[in-house]
Structures are given as structure tokens and as C-alpha cells.
Design a protein around this ligand. Structure first.
Ligand SMILES: [Cu+2]
Length: 456
């Protein structure tokens, strides 16, 4: 088990002394723990208070608290951050406590929470606690429920957790810009009885989208629809860690959507049940089977399954342009276009010019093309059988035997049992028979017979 101290050390996080945050209130502010990496931290068991089974935040972490006179005190610092979206690409974002997303807040039904929010952004902000039942004045809509939190000031939110479930937090101040810059985090309220809704592996992530021009670091914040970075916890594949699950475990995956479009999240190899939304737990009798669960903007969903089928199973948004890296929208469709003659002429002017796309775009995953600085290839990631041709909202659910309880390290690729992998046919290859369209007079379909051009 990790103590809080070893958690801080293992995560490479540094403690930012309360005095640094605010000299005047140094004595009363809980420390704000800062994270400097985008790694998936192991679950953080509660050092005090009611017991619960902690979640694992994909490429993220949970915020330690201080217990004071029966209150759980957390400290969030809103500030500019640099987020590694995947090895080779960083983004200048705004977030909390060193990262975007901010740390996940975990607590228990019935807990009394006091959350200090320090604003180190260049403009005012607030925090809205999405889905949580609380007094009106704690709801965080700037101007409606409270004054905006000015630059350099700290505000305090206090509320009691009325119900368990899957929630999130984000600003309700200059909202379009602050969301486009990456300000959000998870909020998990565990049931009072730790055996209720119990699973062996409990994962969490939030979807966010950015518009970062190739070669640049800062998102375009005036974007409304044409985002080009589709992220889970501000990471893109292959930078999104796998969901590591031991064969036979009961697993839950919780996610929220803070992008500006819906995402049908599809998991291979299993059917599963939706068990929780940001409205609460779904009663057993009302759960239905799915293999894809759509999440509209501002919605949260959690699904559960018994991980009885070992393997490396894809999990991804089913919008195919959401599983790609940044690309220009002006790429013409070149399938079937013979560029042979024109390439020689273009090469006279642009020697590096390559004809591409005439057979599809898969060759781009293998091609080493010169890219601007800090820019990802459109399709990337290497699997055991070759390039994965995926980016964006894609990762792998790794259900393997021999994974120890509490171990979330990437176990490597699944070893498929002999005779269970699709294989190449080595026999005869006769031409396929093609059906002819029915005649206008309604006479029956006739099967086309090879006529010497195609048959053998
Ligand atoms: Cu999507």
C-alpha cells in the first residue's frame, strides 16, 4: 500500500508550500500538491476518514487532502501548465495543480468537503461542481452564484456529499476559453458502504478537444467546431495508457465529455452494462447491454463488465476522425487518381514532393514525412503486428492473466494462443461471382459467368 508520502515521492510531485500560495493565509490553507508528469498514478488509498476503493485516473492522479475537524480539505490551484499530450508533443494549457486535467477529487457519501481554489491564471475564474447536489451559493457559476475569483485570490467552497457517483469539475467563467484551454477534472464520490457497487478495477477519464495548429503549442481558443486534437485526459494515442485488467476481474470504466461534440465510445471483445451516469447509479433492473455508449456534451457515463476474455482489446471513439492526429481539413481525396505524370513536373519545382493517397491513406502511417516541430503524424502507434494507424481517442484494454492485484503497469502485448489469429489463405483464388442487376422487365437475377477476361 502506498502512503501519501510515498505517493508524492513516486509520482515525482513536489509540495508547494502553502506560504507560496498565499502568505496571508499560510496557517489555514492545506498544501496544494503539484504533479509534474502525465503518468497514470496507482490508486491512492484513503489515509483517514471513511474507507473506499479508490479509482485510477488514466494518465492522471488523485488529490491528497487534509482532515481538519471533520472536514476533508483540498486545495486546487488554477494555473497555466505544460501538458505532454503524447511523447513528442506538448501543449501550453491551463489546468490545476500542474496538469490538465486537474487531479481527481475522491471522497465518500456523507463527507464534508472544504475545497480551497487559488487563482493563478491571468484572468478570473470559478469552479462548478458538475452533477453534485449542493447549496446554490456553492454551484460556481460566476456572476450568478458567486463573484468571480479574481487573479491571485483564493475562494473556499464547502458542501456535504449527498450521494455517490461519477462527477467532474470545471470553470463557469469565460467558459468557452477556459474549457478550450484544458480546465477540468474528475470528482468521484464513493458509496458509504464500500461493498456497494464494488469492482476490482475502477478507471476514470474525461474527454477534451483542442485546436492546435501544426507547429504550435497553444490551442486556438476561438474555435467552435473544428478541433483537431481529440483527447482522453488531455492525452492522445499512443500517449493514452492502457486499461490494465486481470483476467476475471470486475472492471468499471467511467468517463465524461467536455468536448463540443458527442463521442460514441466503443470497446471490443465484450458487451457491457451502463451502470452509472452523472445523475447517479442505474438500478440493476434498468441496465441494458451495449458495445458502444454515446456520450453527449456534458454527459458522464460508467460501464461495467466481467473481464473474462483475455486479450488486447481496442477501445476508442467510433468517429473515425477522432482516432487521428491533427490534420488539415483541406486534404483532397486522391483515391484512384494517377499522379505519375504530374509528380515529375512538380519535382522540378519541389524536389521532396511525394505522390500519396492514390491507394488510400494507410501508407502515411509508415511513411517518414518531415513534420513541423511539436506536430504528430496523423496516424501512429506500433502494435505487435505493425503500425496501428490510430491516434486521438484510442487505447487498449489489456485483459491478461498473471497481473497482480494493484498492479497497473503495462504488461506488454497479449500472446495469442496458437491457431487463434487471422491468417493468410494460401490456396486457389478464383474470381468472385458477381450478381447482375435485375432487368427492368422483372426477369430473374442471372449470375455473371467469367468470360475470358477475368476467369481462368
Ligand atoms: Cu469522438
Amino acid at each position: 500500500m502506498l502512503t501519501r508520502r510515498s505517493f508524492i515521492r513516486s509520482s515525482g510531485a513536489a509540495i508547494l508550500g502553502a506560504a507560496v500560495v498565499s502568505k496571508g493565509q499560510a496557517a489555514s490553507l492545506p498544501e496544494a500538491v503539484i504533479q509534474d508528469k502525465a503518468t497514470t498514478e496507482p490508486p491512492l488509498p484513503p489515509p483517514n476518514g471513511r474507507p473506499y476503493n479508490p479509482v485510477v485516473t488514466l494518465n492522471g492522479w488523485s488529490l491528497p487532502w487534509r482532515m481538519k475537524n471533520g472536514w476533508k480539505e483540498f486545495h486546487l490551484v488554477a494555473e497555466p501548465v505544460v501538458r505532454e499530450m503524447t511523447p513528442g508533443m506538448k501543449a501550453n494549457l491551463w489546468g490545476y495543480n500542474g496538469q490538465s486535467p486537474g487531479p481527481t477529487i475522491e471522497c465518500v457519501e456523507g463527507d464534508k468537503l472544504r475545497i480551497f481554489v487559488t487563482n493563478k491564471l491571468p484572468e478570473h475564474t470559478t469552479i462548478h461542481w458538475h452533477g453534485i447536489l449542493l447549496p446554490n451559493g456553492m454551484d460556481g457559476v460566476g456572476g450568478l452564484n458567486q463573484p468571480q475569483i479574481p487573479v491571485g485570490k483564493t475562494y473556499v467552497y464547502e458542501f456535504e456529499m449527498k450521494k455517490s457517483g461519477t462527477f467532474m469539475y470545471h470553470p463557469h467563467a469565460d467558459e468557452m476559453l477556459q474549457l478550450a484551454m484544458g480546465m477540468y477534472g474528475g470528482f468521484i464520490v464513493h458509496p458509504k458502504n464500500p461493498n456497494q457497487h464494488r469492482v476490482d478495477r475502477d478507471f476514470f477519464f474525461i474527454m477534451a478537444a483542442y485546436d492546435i495548429d501544426p507547429g504550435s503549442y497553444t490551442p486556438r481558443v476561438a474555435e467552435m467546431l473544428n478541433f483537431n486534437m481529440w483527447t482522453w485526459n488531455s492525452r492522445v494515442f499512443p500517449g493514452i495508457d492502457p486499461f490494465v485488467i486481470r483476467t476475471g476481474d470486475r472492471a468499471r470504466i467511467r468517463f465524461g465529455n467536455l468536448t463540443m461534440t458527442n463521442h460514441p465510445v466503443h470497446m471490443h471483445g465484450y458487451d457491457f452494462e451502463v451502470t452509472c451516469t452523472d445523475g447517479g447509479w442505474v438500478p440493476k433492473s434498468a441496465r441494458w447491454p451495449e458495445v458502444t455508449i454515446d456520450s453527449a456534451v456534458g454527459q458522464m457515463r460508467a460501464f461495467e463488465f466481467d473481464a473474462i476474455y483475455p486479450g488486447d482489446w481496442a477501445i476508442h471513439c467510433h468517429k473515425s476522425h477522432h482516432t487521428m492526429g491533427p490534420m488539415g481539413h483541406g486534404v483532397p481525396t486522391m483515391i484512384g487518381v494517377n499522379q505519375k505524370d504530374v509528380v515529375g513536373k512538380i519535382n522540378n519545382l519541389v524536389p521532396e514532393y511525394m505522390a500519396m493517397g492514390d491507394k488510400g491513406m494507410a501508407d502515411m502511417a509508415e511513411m517518414e514525412m518531415p513534420l513541423p516541430e511539436n506536430t504528430l503524424p496523423m496516424m501512429t502507434g506500433q502494435g505487435p503486428f505493425g503500425p496501428l494507424e490510430m491516434g486521438g481517442m484510442f487505447t487498449v484494454v489489456k485483459v491478461h492473466d498473471n497481473i497482480k492485484p494493484g498492479d497497473y503497469k503495462d504488461p506488454g502485448w497479449y500472446k495469442n494462443p496458437k491457431g487463434t489469429v487471422a491468417y493468410e489463405w494460401s490456396g486457389d483464388l478464383p474470381e468472385p461471382k458477381r450478381a447482375k442487376a435485375p432487368k427492368a422487365d422483372g426477369s430473374e437475377l442471372k449470375v455473371h459467368k467469367p468470360d475470358g477476361h477475368g476467369g481462368h
